[in-house]
Each structure stands twice: as C-alpha cells, then as structure tokens.
Design a protein. Structure first.
Length: 583
C-alpha cells in the first residue's frame, strides 16, 4: 500500500534527455552536489586540516633532506661524535614526521568516510524524491541498477577522489618544496664538453622535468583506454549483481518450475561478459605496467647519473651528492604522480561518469519535456476525482474508459472491469501521476489517495513497522494495531508484532493481501485505489473485505479493478476499460 499527496509536482512520464557524457558535465554535476550538501562545511574543514598537515610534512621532508649532507659527510670523514649528533637530530625529525604521518592517516580516513556519506546521502535524497525513482527506472539502462551506483560506485568514487586528490596535493607541495633545492644544487655547475664550456641554470630541475614528462605522456597514451574498459566493467558488474539478486528473490518460483538450469545459464552468460570486460582491463594494465615499472627501475640510478658530473667535477661532496639524489627523488616522485596513478585516474573517471550520469538523469527527469500527446493532471476544487476523455498510451496501443466523462465523489464505490491486458495497471499509474503518456484530463481530489497494489511492499523491520508504513511506528497504539490485525483475520500474527523477519518471504500471498486491509483500517484514508480486487474475492477474505468496506471504511471512495461477478454487490457503479488502436 502506498500513499500519494496530491500537492506533489506531477512530472512528465516521458524519458529524460540523453545524458551528456562529456567530462566537464560530470565534474559540474558533482560540484553541484557538493555545493548543496549539508556536509560541505565538515568536508572543507577536513580538507583544510589535511592541507596543513601535508605542508608541515613537506617542510619536515626538506629538513630531513638537508640532514643528509652533514650525516653522510660525517660518515665520509669517520667523525663519530658528529655522526652521533646527527643521529640525535634524525630522531627528533623522525619523531615529528611520525606524529604528522599518523595525523594525516586519521584525517585521510575521516575524509574517506565523510565524503562517501555525503555523496551517498545526496544521491539517495535525489533518487527518492516523490515519483522520481519510478520515473528514472522507466528511462532505460541508467535506471536498471541504481543500487550499484548508490553503493559500489559511490564507495569507489569517494575512495579514489580522496586518494588521488590528496596524492596530487602532496605531490604538488613536494614539487614546490624541492624545486628550489634542486635548482640551488645545480645552479653554478659548468659543463665541459670537448673543450667547450656551457652552463644550464638549474639543469637537474630540467632533467627531472624531461625525465618525468616523457614517462607521463607515454603512460597516458597507453593507459587511456582503461577509462572505457573500467566503465564497461562496472556496467557488467551491475548486470551480474542484479541477476544474482533477482534469482535470490525468486528462488521458490524457480525451484517449483525446475528452472535452475536456465537460470544457471543466464548467470554464466553475465559472468562471461564480466570476465571478458575484466580481461581487457588486465591486458591494458599490463601494458601500462611496462612503462611504470620500467621507469621505476631506471629511477634507481637516474638521479646518480644526472648528478655524477657535478660530483666528479668536484662541485659536490658525497653528502651533497646524497642530498641531490634525495631531492631529485622527491621532485621526481611528485612529477611521476601521474605515471604511478594512470590506472587509478582512468578508474576514477569511469566511476565519476557512472555516478554523475545517474545524478544528471535524476535531475533531468524532472525537467523532461512533456510529450505532445500527454494527460493533464490537475487538482479538483473539492472531494471529487474526474476522468475526462482519458486515453492512456502503452507499448501495444491505447486504453480508454467506456464513458468519456467520469466523476467520482467521496464515498462512491467504482469497479473498473476489463479484459486481461486492457490496461488496469496503467490507469492506476495514471491516477498516481506515474504515467502521463496519452491524452485527456485527470482531476484529483484535494486529499491523499492510498493505493493497494498486488504483492504489497512490506519494509524490513518488525511487523509493527510494516503495518504502520509509511507512517512512523509510534503513530498508532498497540491496542489499535492488534484490533486491526484481528479484524483482518490475522489474529495469529499478534504475538509476532515485535519480531523482525523478511515479511515478504515469511507471509504468503493471502496473508500479505489481508495485511493491506489491516493497514487501511489503521490509516482510514478517504480515497482508495485497489489494483486488483479479485485477490479479495474468494472465501473468508471476501466476507472480511465486504464487511470492512461497509463499516469501518464506509466513508471512503473506493476505485477497484477487477472482473469477479460476486463483487458487483459491493460497488455502486461499473466502468469498463477498452483497448483501442494507437492513432
């Protein structure tokens, strides 16, 4: 059973525009999410704190690099007192850096946690706005597996964003910190080649830039296909997850139909698609590793080779050489951040595309253009529901009522009959504002409409929570809930009010239908739409339903869809649905 407030905006049923997949649009969508997030202040505070810690750590790294020269000079000179003094200095520097490292790890993890929370809260909030989740689910592949985007993709995106963002920040600060060290070390060196002398100011800086730049360009050229490969893999992961959930939810029906072999075949196909997508990533990552690992091995000796001319020319002591090597490694590590993270960057862009595309689709679903042929939904001036010249489009044709003008007032009992496939569910969705493709006009009453659907939704939790849904569990006293259960013929469930089960699986179809009656007795709505009244037309359920309609719910207007002859004496009027050819 679901409740719809007619004050909610009624959007078009047409699908939203195709999502723009350009990278700037994705960044803009996520920036908009950050701007409106209630957790923006906390995230900015954490980011600022991490920035301060990284700056302090970089300063400590510079001090540690400077410590190399007197330490290695003391080793070269075999000066034991000076060596011990430098070890004491090292202990002080290391202690300070240790505290900063621990603090940075804590702040990093908190930023991971809070960014994921903010991102997931934003998407859940946008997804579960009235009618939006249903509407997006009808738009195509982007609405098929929202759980994957809300759970796995947001988790992955938040982790990658923090790791890559802080890594880039730290690399940038270290780059700025050590560029001056390298420049000063190689500032006055003169090259002597075949009798000619020339000078390259700060040549170690330019050597590091050339060395790391070639590695970055080559890594990006080879690793760029990973963006598409990762996006495809996430889509196949979502397909497999959806298939597994579907099989798990329908185990009873599959077992009764002996359909395990077919379901196994379908799951194996989804798994094969996932393996193929992952295999492409493995091959692409291997190609990138040839570059990243190759440069990693060369880097072991590259700074020594670059600084060797100054050392052999007498411009550097051994301690100075070690200082230059340390500064080059820090500088190069900052420059090769892109090389080391090219696979992660491709993964981040692919994940960003999936999350941002989903958010864009959610927002655009509200602004989708109303189709030329559409149903106008308005709110009536009083307690009356009107259907004028209504025609509802479907994939196979169109559905209309036998009477062109229908007015339903409070307390009326309307049975809507029609052959199988005539469009009873479509009319229910049209009244709810979920399906507006067609023509004509629906005037809704100025009050809530409660919908009773086949296979009613029972949320996880206690049976008491399921009965009160969508209202709060403390909305009704226990004696009122117990009386409603007994009145609906479910007195045996009273001892289970506080129990937590998967009620959709525990209760049978008949019990869940009668639980809908118990919910009606609690909520006492003035307008009720029943998707299939035939479910209540057999045995004891029929007598209970008729009695409740004639007593406790006598004030309510009831619109029910069904064909059972014995229901005629409950309803005061019968309408017929007809299938017509699409114009």
């Amino acid at each position: 059973m679901s409740t719809l407030k007619q004050t909610d905006p009624l959007p078009s049923a047409s699908p939203p525009d195709a999502v723009d997949t350009r990278f700037p649009d994705h960044l803009s969508a996520m920036a908009a999410a950050f701007r409106v997030s209630p957790m923006r202040g906390l995230l900015l505070w954490l980011t600022t704190a991490v920035f301060v810690v990284i700056v302090a750590t970089s300063y400590g790294q510079i001090i540690l690099n400077r410590w190399n020269q007197p330490f290695y000079d003391a080793l070269q000179q075999r000066n034991l007192p000076q060596l011990i003094a430098q070890l004491i200095v090292f202990a002080q520097i290391a202690a300070g850096l240790l505290v900063l490292n621990v603090l940075q790890v804590w702040l990093n993890q908190m930023l991971h946690l809070r960014l994921r929370e903010a991102l997931t809260r934003d998407l859940i909030g946008e997804w579960l706005l009235p009618k939006r989740a249903f509407r997006v689910a009808q738009t195509g592949p982007i609405g098929i597996n929202p759980d994957q985007r809300l759970h796995e993709d947001t988790h992955r995106l938040s982790d990658l964003s923090v790791d890559l963002g802080l890594g880039l920040l730290q690399a940038g600060i270290l780059l700025l910190s050590f560029v001056g060290v390298l420049w000063s070390l190689s500032q006055g060196f003169v090259f002597d080649v075949w009798g000619s002398q020339f000078q390259i100011p700060g040549y170690m800086v330019w050597a590091a830039l050339l060395y790391s730049g070639t590695a970055s360009c080559l890594s990006w050229i080879i690793g760029r296909p990973l963006i598409v490969f990762n996006a495809n893999r996430y889509a196949r992961e979502a397909d497999l997850r959806y298939a597994l959930v579907r099989v798990n939810q329908k185990l009873e029906a599959i077992s009764l139909a002996a359909g395990e072999a077919q379901e196994k075949h379908r799951l194996e196909l989804d798994l094969a698609n996932l393996i193929a997508a992952t295999r492409r990533i493995v091959y692409a990552t291997t190609r990138v590793t040839w570059v990243t690992a190759g440069y990693g091995w060369i880097t072991i000796v590259a700074p020594i080779i670059i600084a060797a001319p100054m050392y052999f020319g007498g411009h550097l002591t051994f301690g100075g050489l070690m200082m230059a090597v340390g500064a080059f490694n820090q500088f190069h590590a900052s420059l090769r951040w892109f090389v080391d993270n090219v696979s992660s960057i491709a993964d981040w862009r692919a994940t960003l595309m999936r999350v941002a595309s989903f958010r864009i689709a959610l927002l655009r679903s509200d602004n989708a253009a109303v189709p030329e042929r559409h149903i106008d939904v308005t709110t009536s001036a009083g307690p009356v529901l009107t259907l004028d010249e209504l025609e509802i489009d479907s994939h196979s044709g169109a559905t209309r009522l036998s009477e062109p003008h229908v007015a339903i007032h409070g307390g009326d009992r309307i049975l809507v009959a029609g052959a199988t496939g005539a469009g009873k569910t479509l009319l229910t969705r049209a009244i709810a504002g979920l399906w507006l493709s067609g023509k004509g006009r629906i005037g809704l009453p100025d009050d809530e409409i409660t919908f009773v659907v086949r296979g009613p939704y029972l949320p996880p939790g206690t049976l008491r929570e399921a009965l009160c849904y969508p209202r709060k569990v403390d909305s009704y006293a226990d004696e009122v809930i117990i009386a409603a259960l007994k009145r609906a013929g479910l007195g045996k469930l009273v001892p289970m009010l506080g129990a937590q089960f998967r009620w959709n699986q525990i209760l049978g179809d008949d019990e869940r239908r009668m639980l809908s009656l118990a919910q009606l007795l609690l909520h006492r709505p003035k307008w009720i739409v029943i998707d299939d009244i035939n479910d209540f037309a057999e045995g004891e359920a029929f007598e209970i339903t008729r009695s409740i309609f004639q007593s406790e719910l006598s004030h309510a207007a009831i619109i029910a869809f069904g064909t059972a002859d014995r229901l005629q004496n409950i309803f005061t009027r019968t309408l017929t649905l007809e299938l017509v050819s699409r114009p």
